[in-house]
Design a protein around this ligand. Structure first.
Ligand SMILES: *[C@@H]1O[C@H](CO)[C@@H](O)[C@H](O)[C@H]1NC(C)=O
Ligand SMILES: *[C@@H]1O[C@H](CO)[C@@H](O)[C@H](O)[C@H]1NC(C)=O
Ligand SMILES: *[C@@H]1O[C@H](CO)[C@@H](O)[C@H](O)[C@H]1NC(C)=O
Ligand SMILES: *[C@@H]1O[C@H](CO)[C@@H](O)[C@H](O)[C@H]1NC(C)=O
Ligand SMILES: *[C@@H]1O[C@H](CO)[C@@H](O)[C@H](O)[C@H]1NC(C)=O
Ligand SMILES: *[C@@H]1O[C@H](CO)[C@@H](O)[C@H](O)[C@H]1NC(C)=O
Ligand SMILES: *[C@@H]1O[C@H](CO)[C@@H](O)[C@H](O)[C@H]1NC(C)=O
Ligand SMILES: *[C@@H]1O[C@H](CO)[C@@H](O)[C@H](O)[C@H]1NC(C)=O
Length: 507
């Protein structure tokens, strides 16, 4: 299962092809006070590793100032200056020095991006140099770095770059995802040092929900990223965690400068490490990624979207809802906009009232969203009534005499695999939709559920390969009784959840 998911993800990463014609102006690696940059001009680091100039992501009509690998034939951007302020005409835009800062002026000569230094001390010898590490630095005659792009990371963690926390300035350096493959504006996901002060790294959704922990650093790997040990043991990388009175950060280096590898937080919320196969396929090869399953990414399918490892696209909308943007959802694989109601709720628009009132649709195989509000009522009718009488209430669940309601957007819904009872040898049919009861092939269903159960084993080593899964599903290989996976979790999540919706099929 892992394999297909990864391939699909690699594919979406490969879609990040940037159309750009460049025109190297004689191997210049710097921008000086008298030499600004515009149009198709670029600067290239001294050893020819990185290039900086204007680029256009995918089919977007916007241009950005960015940095990419000079030696990689597939345009692969690692840093973007004007992330959320694109320019439309790169020929009338200008990157130049202004009062000691490097400033990007758009086609209307309005500053859209700047190095933002406090410039009390303007030196005319100041210059911006692109270094072979992929670091754009501002320096003057003193050779000190007054500013560096390594201190202002975007979505890529390059070798030699520190991500962490500066204890003196209280600044945190973190990676933030792109919004989608055509928009480098800061997206919803970030990778940063644990805000609780531990030495772990965490992945965060919308600066609020932590959905992944790296585990502790052993000196060779983070406990949730055992793959790292392989590369460090094989002397391809060295890495260290730095913790002193100034900072708490992690840094790594690649031993062979010709080995082009990149560590990115991609727009979908997955971290991946990839390396460039120059001598064979001339493409990026993924070494590892995390979280391994898309549905482990918080709110992967956005508001009112439900994530399922069992479907090709992973994301669907709950019944009665449709993707907020079909273009983003289908073409850009950007699900962050989530789903919206196909039909307005009656309580939102009184003029719709023609004897109809809002009703609930029960969803049995979906996890309950986080952050419920508990309401003290005696029975399910009371729970339902509370929700129905409040137009901001979108769902309720009643279980063990406890009523929970949710207001506004429902986030991070997961379509459940119907596996919890099978692993305990329980009754299969009781889990199925009533319509299937009469003609379901119990043997086949049991097989499917057991395979599903194998595929969600907590221990990676227990999960079968895709080829094994196919053989199991086709009945070529016998499926043994799987160990109980996160079933304790599933049982808590099993009660029915109801989503307020008009116009649902009344079967
Ligand atoms: C970009 O444009 C090409 C050509 O018009 C089209 O085939 C492709 O699907 C587009 N890609 C996206 C992501 O919209
Ligand atoms: C810039 O200087 C001003 C005034 O001296 C000060 O208030 C501000 O904090 C400084 N900003 C930075 C980023 O150092
Ligand atoms: C101004 O720059 C000079 C040389 O770069 C440096 O020695 C001096 O400390 C700077 N002064 C201030 C106030 O930053
Ligand atoms: C992210 O958080 C902000 C501030 O809390 C909120 O306004 C915004 O709606 C959130 N984004 C999404 C997609 O939920
Ligand atoms: C890792 O390698 C870099 C450059 O190759 C070197 O400067 C650094 O000291 C090394 N760090 C460790 C912890 O070995
Ligand atoms: C690619 O081939 C060249 C020339 O044969 C060799 O020097 C280089 O090490 C190879 N690169 C990798 C990453 O294998
Ligand atoms: C209420 O519904 C009517 C008819 O569908 C529509 O024209 C109107 O814009 C809606 N009002 C609001 C506030 O959404
Ligand atoms: C549910 O509880 C309410 C009081 O909270 C009571 O009036 C009502 O009769 C109860 N309904 C049922 C079906 O038990």
């Amino acid at each position: 299962m892992d394999m297909t998911n990864n391939q699909r993800f690699v594919f979406s990463v490969l879609l990040i092809c940037f159309s750009l014609k460049w025109d190297v102006s004689g191997g210049v690696d710097s921008i000086s006070v008298n030499q600004p940059l515009s149009g198709d001009q670029t600067i290239v680091s001294a050893g020819g590793f990185f290039e900086l100039g204007f680029f256009k992501p995918g089919n977007s009509s916007n241009y950005y100032l960015g940095m990419w690998y000079k030696k990689v034939s597939e345009q692969t951007v690692v840093w973007v200056a004007n992330r959320d302020k694109p320019i439309s005409d790169r020929f009338s835009s200008l990157l130049r020095f202004s009062y000691g800062n490097l400033v990007l002026y758009d086609e209307s000569q309005i500053p859209t991006w700047s190095t933002n230094l406090n410039t009390t001390n303007i030196s005319s010898s100041i210059e911006a140099v692109l270094l072979d590490e992929g670091n754009l630095v501002l320096r003057d005659l003193s050779n000190d770095f007054l500013w560096q792009s390594f201190d202002n990371p975007t979505h890529a963690w390059l070798p030699g770059m520190k991500i962490g926390f500066n204890k003196r300035t209280k600044e945190k350096k973190r990676l933030t995802s792109w919004k989608n493959i055509e928009d480098p504006a800061p997206g919803l996901f970030s990778l940063e040092l644990d805000p609780d002060g531990t030495d772990q790294y965490v992945m965060v959704w919308n600066e609020s929900e932590i959905f992944w922990h790296s585990g502790i650093w052993s000196g060779k790997m983070y406990s949730s990223v055992p793959e790292m040990a392989y590369f460090i043991n094989n002397d391809m990388y060295n890495a260290s965690f730095i913790s002193n009175e100034n900072e708490q950060s992690f840094i790594y280096f690649v031993k062979d400068p010709n080995f082009i590898s990149r560590f990115i937080l991609d727009a979908s919320g997955q971290v991946r490490q990839m390396y460039w196969l120059e001598n064979t396929s001339k493409s990026w090869f993924q070494i590892w990624s995390t979280p391994r399953q898309p549905c482990e990414i918080y709110a992967y399918c956005g508001a009112f979207g439900s994530c399922s490892e069992q479907t090709q696209s992973f994301c669907g909308c709950v019944p009665g809802f449709k993707p907020n943007s079909e273009h983003n959802w289908n073409l850009l694989h950007d699900h962050s906009g989530g789903c919206v109601r196909e039909t307005q709720l009656q309580c939102e628009n009184n003029s719709l009232a023609n004897g109809e009132s809002d009703r609930f649709l029960a969803n049995h195989d979906i996890t309950l969203p986080e952050h419920p509000q508990s309401v003290a009522v005696r029975n399910i009718t009371g729970c339902k009534t509370i929700c129905l009488n409040d137009c901001s209430c979108t769902a309720y669940a009643y279980e063990d005499s406890a009523c929970s309601i949710w207001n506004w957007n429902l986030m991070n819904l997961q379509q459940l695999a119907k596996v919890n009872l099978i692993a305990e040898g329980g009754d299969i049919l009781s889990l199925l939709d009533k319509r299937l009861e009469s003609n379901a092939d119990v043997e086949e269903i049991s097989r499917m559920l057991k395979v599903a159960c194998w595929c969600i084993q907590d221990d990676e080593n227990h999960r079968p390969s895709m080829a094994q899964v196919v053989q199991m599903l086709e009945g070529i290989v016998d499926v043994t009784q799987p160990p109980v996976p996160r079933c304790a979790l599933f049982q808590n999540l099993a009660p029915q959840i109801s989503v307020a919706s008009c116009n649902f099929a009344t079967t």
